[in-house]
Design a binder for this molecule. Structure first.
Ligand code: NDP
Ligand code: GDR
Length: 342
């Protein structure tokens, strides 16, 4: 291919981060290719506003069927597309679910990364490619120091986190062993109105706004004492891109430097909809985990100094962005329900 346009390949393009990263790269003039799993219903809801008819000449967003468990499809796509940058965001990303599906989680989140690194290594022999690995603050697990930075020891506490630690080290090793431009973004929790509905922040903003609109009576949650460093997903995708624009590949922590408990997120959300959580929230043990990560707090000094990156959205602003979006949705749902009942 001789076209000077930069091509990016994204696994996990249909997820929260995939959709924000696609917007970001399209605005930068990239041609974006995404890998989508085949399912019986469409999984591209988060990308609908970016959709381009594949019959158009030179579409800037192209989706391909593939799967991180299928090394053949990954290798074929990497070789056909010849991307300049690969973002490996695809994962079974739910920590609680990883206890129920440990082998599947490891296949996708650990071996899937290795399959992709291997395809990238082969391509890199004839066409320079850079690869970003979506590593996670969950790797710190039972933390040995606070705040956590790039030198903090890993102590993973779930099948998900163990798989991510494997992928972290494979990424570093492909960089050391083969000179591949490969880096890990160790991202702390980041949320948005596009967050999956079973992650705690979205579950709370959806639940509180639906309760406010009379669509739901109860919100069932697990451990309210866990503390997380929550940022805004739209801010974090810029850091992924910046990591691939440096002279040398390195691994970076991306975080806000503030930590809040699930209880605090809950209180602020209910305050914004003018309710107290007490009558509505119940603890359901099914949402507790066999091993919990109690406290995460990131130190993103290295990202600030080397990438010039820092978060733009505060905790209170994040909660408001999510509440506003879900409240609008709940209002529409209530109006629809009223019309149907009439
Ligand atoms: P999501 O769960 O929203 O998205 C995950 C994506 O991976 C979806 O597009 C999903 O496809 C895809 N996927 C799942 N299984 C496979 C598979 N077998 N083959 C190919 N693709 C697959 O996650 P986020 O967008 O929140 O996170 C993106 C990445 O960053 C993940 O790797 C996650 O582990 C990691 N991460 C996330 C953080 C966060 O706070 N959000 C923090 C740190 C790391 P489908 O739509 O079909 O399900
Ligand atoms: P996490 O996010 O496990 O940090 O992983 P999640 O929102 O699932 O949990 C955060 C904390 O909230 C507690 N919690 C609940 N969690 C869920 N899902 N549902 C509940 O009802 C509930 N009640 C309390 C949890 O126990 C936990 O302590 C996310 C994912 O995006 C990972 O892919 C990513 O790597 C990490 O963030 C960084």
């Amino acid at each position: 291919m001789t076209d000077p346009t930069k091509r990016a390949l994204i696994t996990g393009i249909t997820g929260q981060d995939g959709s924000y990263l696609t917007e970001f790269l399209l605005e930068k003039g990239y041609e974006v290719h995404g890998i989508v799993r085949r399912s019986s219903t469409f999984s591209t809801e988060r990308l609908n506003h970016l959709y381009q008819d594949p019959h158009e000449t030179s579409p800037k967003l192209v989706l391909h069927y593939g799967d991180l468990t299928d090394g053949g499809s990954l290798s074929n796509l990497v070789h056909e597309i010849e991307p300049h940058e690969i973002y490996n965001l695809g994962a079974q990303s739910h920590v609680r679910v990883s206890f129920d599906q440990p082998l599947y989680t490891v296949d996708v989140d650990a071996l899937g990364t290795l399959r992709l690194l291997e395809a990238a290594r082969q391509l890199n022999r004839r066409h320079e490619v850079r690869i970003y690995q979506a590593s996670s603050s969950e790797m710190f697990g039972k933390v040995s120091e606070t705040p956590q930075n790039e030198n903090t020891r890993f102590h993973p506490r779930s099948p998900y986190a163990c798989a991510k630690v494997f992928s972290f080290h494979q990424t570093v090793n492909y960089r050391d062993a083969y000179g591949l431009y490969a880096c890990n973004g160790i991202l702390f929790n980041h949320e948005s109105p596009r967050r999956g509905e079973t992650f705690v922040t979205r579950k709370i903003t959806l639940g509180a706004t639906r309760i406010r609109e009379g669509l739901q009576n109860k919100l069932y949650l697990g451990n309210l004492d866990a503390k997380r460093d929550w940022g805004y997903a739209a801010d974090y995708v810029e850091a992924m891109w910046l990591m691939l624009q440096q002279d040398q590949p390195e691994d970076f922590v991306i975080a806000t430097g503030e930590t809040h408990s699930v209880q605090e997120f809950l209180d602020l959300t209910f305050e914004q909809v003018g309710l107290s959580p007490r009558p509505y929230v119940e603890i359901d043990p099914r949402y507790l985990r066999p091993a919990e990560v109690d406290l995460l707090l990131g130190d993103a000094t290295m990202a600030r100094e080397k990438l010039g990156w820092q978060p733009k959205t505060t905790f209170a602003e994040l909660v408001k962005i999510m509440v506003d979006a879900d409240w609008e949705r709940a209002r529409r749902e209530r109006i629809l329900a009223t019309v149907r009942a009439a």
